[in-house]
Design a protein around this ligand. Structure first.
Ligand SMILES: *[C@@H]1O[C@H](CO)[C@@H](O)[C@H](O)[C@H]1NC(C)=O
Ligand SMILES: *[C@@H]1O[C@H](CO)[C@@H](O)[C@H](O)[C@H]1NC(C)=O
Ligand SMILES: *[C@@H]1O[C@H](CO)[C@@H](O)[C@H](O)[C@H]1NC(C)=O
Ligand SMILES: *[C@@H]1O[C@H](CO)[C@@H](O)[C@H](O)[C@H]1NC(C)=O
Ligand SMILES: *[C@@H]1O[C@H](CO)[C@@H](O)[C@H](O)[C@H]1NC(C)=O
Ligand SMILES: *[C@@H]1O[C@H](CO)[C@@H](O)[C@H](O)[C@H]1NC(C)=O
Ligand SMILES: *[C@@H]1O[C@H](CO)[C@@H](O)[C@H](O)[C@H]1NC(C)=O
Ligand SMILES: *[C@@H]1O[C@H](CO)[C@@H](O)[C@H](O)[C@H]1NC(C)=O
Length: 735
C-alpha cells in the first residue's frame, strides 16, 4: 500500500492527512502515470493527485486536456466501466474497482476487479533505443487480459474506444474519419483542415490518430456518437460493424471509434486482446539547411514501411516480441538502478517514457521519395517551459538517458545543431540555444536572437560532444565540426572565468554576473576541447587548452570559495550565497579530474546541513530546486549519505500525492509543491548515476554508433575499454 497525503478542503481551511489509496501502488503513486507516451503528440497520462483510479478520470494529454479513451467489460451480462469516466444516459453499468497499479520503465499496469473477473489493463509504450525503426513508430499498446477469480466460468466481452480529441487542441474543429476492415481493423481520424507543422495548445493540427486491432472472430467495430456506441456495447456486448459518415466537429455529438472483443467463456485467464493507439503525421519536422532552404523530414519508420497501415499491422503482429523486449529492458534498468537504491529505481522507471516521449527520430527523403537512411536526426520538444526545438540546455540535463540507453541517440540530437551552425547562418560566435522557437519547426535563428545563454550552451556542446565520443568511440563529430568546437572554445577562454551578467539554464531564477556554476561549465568545456584536440592529433592545442583550464581552476577557486563558510558561492564575492554546483558533474562524467576532490567534499558536507524537507534548494535566491540538478548533485556527492539525501528528497516529492500532472522537474523544497514545469525530457537526467557508473567504459569499437548496426540484428556485444586500459566485452541491449 502506498501512503499518500489526502487533502480535505473545508471552506477556508485545508487539512492534509496521510491516507492510503485503496489499491496497491508499485513502486509508488506518481503525480501522473504514463499510458501512451511515445512522442510530443502521442502523450496520454492518468493524472493522480493523491491517487486516481483508471476509471476515476479521463486520460489526459500532458497539458491536462482530455483524451477520450473509454473502456467497459461485460461479465455474465453485467457491464462495468474500467477506463475513463463515460456517462451513458439510459443504460446502467457498474464501476470496476481498482486493485493495483504498477509501473516500470515501459509499462503501466492496472488490475480492475469487475465482479468475478479481474481485468488486467496493460499500457506498453515501447522504448527501443537500439532500433530506430521501432523507436520512431508513434504507436503504443493497450492489452486486456481477463482472469476468473472465483474458479468458475464467465462470459466476458470487452470494449474500448477513443474520441476525436486525439487530433486537435480545438474541439470545435471538424474531423473526418474512416475504418479499414481487413486482417487488421483500423480506425483513422484527422482534422479536415490540416495545418502542416502547426500547433494549437501544444497539439499538432496535422496527421491522424489511429486505433487498431487484429481482426478475429468475435471482434466488432463501430463509429458514431459516444453515448450511442457505448450504449450499444453495454446493452448488447457486441458492436454493429457500422460507420458513421456524418463528419462533424470533435465536440458535436462526440464521435468515437470503438472495438469490442468477445473473450467467450473465461474460466482461468483469457488470451490477451491487444489494441494499438497512435498519432502519425508526415512530414513530421521542417528543418533549415544551407542557404536558408527548408527541408521536410519524415519519421524514420518510413524507411521500412510504405503505409501507416503496414506499420500498424507489423506493430500489432510484433506484440509478444515487443513485450518480451520491454520486460528485458525494464528488468535491466531495475537491476542497475536498484544497485543504487529502491527509491532511485522508482524514479528512473518513472522518467524513462517521459524523456523518450519528447523526441522523434527523422530522416530526409531522396528525390524519388525513399528515405535517406544515412541522414538521421533526432528532434526533441522542450515541453511546457516552451516549445523550443532541440534546446541545448534541455538536451544537456537529459544527456544521461541517451548515454545509458544508446549514445548514438545523443549524437542524433546534437547533429541538427552542428549541421545548422556549420552552414554559417547563425551569426553569433557562441553556440546557439535551440533549433527553433516552436516545435516541429527547426528553422534556426538566422537573426541571432535566440534566448541568449552563451556560456551555458557553448560549454554544454563541448561536454556532450566529448562524452559521446568517449562512450561510442565514434570521432566523426570531431572530423566534421572541429572548427565549430574550437570557435566555441575560444569564446569560453575569453568569457568563462569571469562570467558576464547572463542567465544560465535556470533562466527562471534570473540573470547574475559571475555565476560560480556557469564558470565551472565553461572551464570543463575548455578542458573537453583539450581532449578533443588531442584526439584530433593536435597536441600543442591540447596542451595549451589544458593549461588554460588548469589555471582557470586555480583562479576560480579563489573567486568562488566563500570566505565565511566552507562552500562555493552562487556568485563571486557574495560569501553568504551558495547553490547546487551541478556542473561539476561534467568533470566526473568526462573523467577529467579537473577540479580538486576537496571541492566535491566541501560541497557534499555543505549540502548535508542545508537539507529542507524536500531536498536542497537550487540556490540562495529561492527555496525551490530542480529534480534533475538534484540527481546530478547526488551523482557527484562524495558520501553515500548525501547521495541518498538527494535521491530520497526527489523521490519523496515525486510520490507526495500533491500534484496531478506529468512529473515536473522544478519544485519547492519546503513543501514539495510543483512549480511551473511538467512532462519535460530533462528527467532523463535522473539516470545520471547510471551514466556515471559506466563513464570509465570507453568504447573501442564505433560499431554501436553506426546507424546500420543499430537497426541490424546484432549490436548486442561491443568491445569496451576500461579506464585502466583493459579491454572487456560489455553486453548491451539485446534486440
Ligand atoms: C478527411 O480530410 C482529409 C484532410 O483534409 C482528407 O485528405 C481526406 O480525404 C478526408 N477523408 C474523408 C474520409 O473524407
Ligand atoms: C445486438 O446487436 C446486433 C448487431 O447490431 C443485433 O443484430 C442484435 O439484435 C442485438 N441484440 C440485442 C439483444 O440487442
Ligand atoms: C543522404 O544523407 C547524407 C547525410 O546527410 C548525405 O551526405 C547524402 O548526400 C544524402 N543522399 C542524398 C541522395 O541526398
Ligand atoms: C566578477 O568577479 C571579478 C573577480 O572577483 C571581479 O573583479 C568583478 O568585479 C566581478 N564582476 C561583477 C559585475 O561583480
Ligand atoms: C593545431 O591547431 C593550430 C591552431 O588551429 C594550427 O595552427 C596547427 O597547424 C595545428 N597543428 C596540427 C598538428 O594539426
Ligand atoms: C593558447 O590559446 C589561446 C586561445 O586560443 C591563444 O590566445 C594563445 O596564443 C595560445 N597559446 C599558445 C602558447 O599557443
Ligand atoms: C533531510 O530533511 C528531511 C526533512 O527534514 C529529513 O526527513 C531527512 O531525514 C533529511 N535527510 C538527511 C540525510 O538529513
Ligand atoms: C548575496 O546573496 C544573497 C542570497 O542569494 C542575496 O540575498 C543577497 O542580496 C546577495 N548580496 C549581494 C550584495 O548581492
Amino acid at each position: 500500500m502506498s501512503v499518500l497525503a489526502t487533502c480535505l478542503q473545508l471552506n477556508v481551511f485545508v487539512a492534509c492527512a496521510a491516507a492510503a489509496v485503496t489499491w496497491t501502488a508499485t513502486p509508488f503513486n506518481p503525480a501522473s502515470i504514463p499510458l501512451a507516451v511515445r512522442s510530443p503528440y502521442l502523450s496520454a497520462w492518468l493524472n493522480q493527485g493523491s491517487g486516481t483510479a483508471l476509471n476515476a478520470d479521463w486520460p489526459r494529454f500532458w497539458t491536462g486536456s482530455i483524451l477520450g479513451w473509454a473502456g467497459f467489460i461485460k461479465v455474465d451480462g453485467t457491464a462495468y466501466n474500467f477506463l475513463g469516466t463515460p456517462s451513458v444516459p439510459s443504460v446502467s453499468f457498474q464501476k470496476s474497482v481498482q486493485k493495483s497499479m504498477t509501473f516500470t520503465s515501459t509499462q503501466s499496469t492496472f488490475v480492475m476487479t469487475s465482479g468475478p473477473i479481474d481485468l488486467t489493463v496493460n499500457f506498453l509504450s515501447p522504448v527501443e533505443p537500439t532500433d530506430l525503426v521501432k523507436q520512431s513508430l508513434p504507436l503504443s499498446y493497450l492489452t486486456l487480459t481477463a482472469t476468473s477469480t472465483d474458479g468458475k466460468s464467465h462470459s466476458v466481452q470487452v470494449y474500448t474506444d477513443i474520441s476525436a480529441e486525439w487530433v486537435t487542441g480545438d474541439d470545435s474543429l471538424t474531423a473526418n474519419w474512416s475504418t479499414t476492415v481487413g486482417s487488421t481493423l483500423v480506425h483513422q481520424v484527422q482534422l479536415e483542415d490540416q495545418t502542416p507543422f502547426g500547433e494549437v495548445s501544444d497539439r499538432i493540427q496535422q496527421g491522424s490518430a489511429y486505433y487498431a486491432t487484429t481482426a478475429a472472430s468475435g471482434t466488432t467495430y463501430q463509429t458514431g456518437q459516444d453515448i450511442v456506441v457505448r450504449a450499444q456495447f453495454v446493452n448488447n456486448g457486441t458492436l454493429a460493424n457500422t460507420q458513421d459518415k456524418n463528419f462533424r466537429a470533435v465536440d458535436d455529438d462526440w464521435p468515437v471509434f470503438a472495438f469490442a472483443h468477445d473473450l467467450g467463456t473465461v474460466s482461468g485467464t483469457s488470451s490477451p486482446i491487444t489494441i494499438a493507439v497512435g498519432h502519425v503525421r508526415d512530414p513530421a519536422v521542417e528543418y533549415i539547411v544551407a542557404g536558408g532552404n527548408i527541408q521536410d523530414r519524415s519519421l524514420f519508420f518510413w524507411s521500412q514501411f510504405s503505409s501507416v497501415g503496414a506499420a500498424i499491422s507489423s506493430f500489432l503482429g510484433d506484440f509478444s516480441s515487443a513485450l518480451s523486449r520491454a520486460n528485458t529492458f525494464d528488468a535491466k534498468v531495475q537491476t542497475d538502478a536498484t544497485a543504487i537504491s529502491s527509491d532511485y529505481a522508482g524514479l528512473v522507471a518513472l522518467s524513462m517514457r517521459q524523456a523518450f516521449g519528447a523526441t522523434e527520430i527523422t530522416a530526409s527523403r531522396n528525390s524519388d521519395g525513399s528515405i535517406n537512411t544515412s541522414d538521421i536526426l533526432m528532434f526533441m520538444k522542450e515541453i511546457s517551459s516552451d516549445g523550443n526545438v532541440n534546446t541545448v540546455d534541455v538536451i544537456f540535463p537529459s544527456w544521461a538517458i541517451w548515454l545509458y540507453t544508446n549514445p548514438a541517440l545523443g549524437k542524433y540530437l546534437l547533429l541538427p545543431l552542428f549541421e545548422y551552425q556549420a552552414t554559417g547562418q547563425y551569426p553569433n560566435k557562441w553556440a546557439v540555444h535551440d533549433m527553433g522557437a516552436s516545435y516541429p519547426k527547426a528553422l534556426g535563428h538566422n537573426d541571432g536572437n535566440d534566448e541568449m545563454m552563451p556560456l551555458e550552451e557553448s560549454g554544454n556542446m563541448l561536454i556532450m560532444t566529448l562524452s559521446y565520443i568517449q562512450k561510442s568511440g565514434d570521432q566523426s563529430l570531431i572530423t566534421s565540426y572541429y572548427n565549430l568546437l574550437d570557435q566555441w572554445t575560444q569564446f569560453l577562454i575569453a568569457e568563462a572565468l569571469i562570467p558576464a551578467n547572463q542567465i544560465s539554464t535556470d533562466d527562471f531564477a534570473g540573470a547574475l554576473p559571475n555565476q560560480t556554476n556557469l564558470a565551472i561549465k565553461g572551464i570543463v568545456g575548455i578542458k573537453a576541447m583539450s581532449e578533443i584536440a588531442s584526439l584530433a592529433g593536435n597536441s600543442s592545442v591540447a596542451s595549451n587548452y589544458s593549461s588554460i583550464a588548469a589555471s582557470y581552476v586555480t583562479q576560480w577557486q579563489d573567486f568562488a570559495t566563500s570566505k565565511t563558510g566552507p562552500h562555493l558561492t552562487l556568485n563571486y564575492g557574495n560569501d553568504s550565497s551558495w547553490g547546487l554546483s551541478y556542473n561539476l558533474y561534467g568533470d566526473k562524467l568526462l573523467g577529467l579530474n579537473l577540479f580538486p576532490e576537496s571541492v566535491y567534499q566541501m560541497q557534499t558536507a555543505w549540502y548535508s546541513s542545508h537539507n529542507n524537507s524536500f531536498g536542497v534548494p537550487l540556490d540562495t535566491r529561492h527555496t525551490y530546486t530542480k529534480s534533475d540538478w538534484s540527481i546530478l548533485s547526488a551523482a557527484i556527492s562524495t558520501t553515500t549519505a548525501v547521495r541518498d539525501l538527494f535521491i530520497s528528497a526527489v523521490h519523496k516529492y515525486a510520490a507526495d500525492g500533491e500534484s496531478s500532472q506529468p512529473l515536473g522537474d522544478w519544485y519547492e523544497t519546503l513543501d514539495g509543491s510543483v512549480e511551473g514545469f511538467r512532462a519535460r525530457p530533462v528527467v532523463g537526467g535522473h539516470l545520471a548515476l547510471l551514466a556515471l557508473q559506466t563513464a570509465d567504459a570507453k568504447l573501442e569499437s564505433s560499431a554501436a554508433a553506426s546507424p546500420t548496426s543499430l537497426i541490424s540484428p546484432d549490436p548486442s556485444v561491443i568491445t569496451v575499454k576500461a579506464s585502466n586500459g583493459a579491454s572487456r566485452r560489455a553486453s548491451r541491449w539485446s534486440l
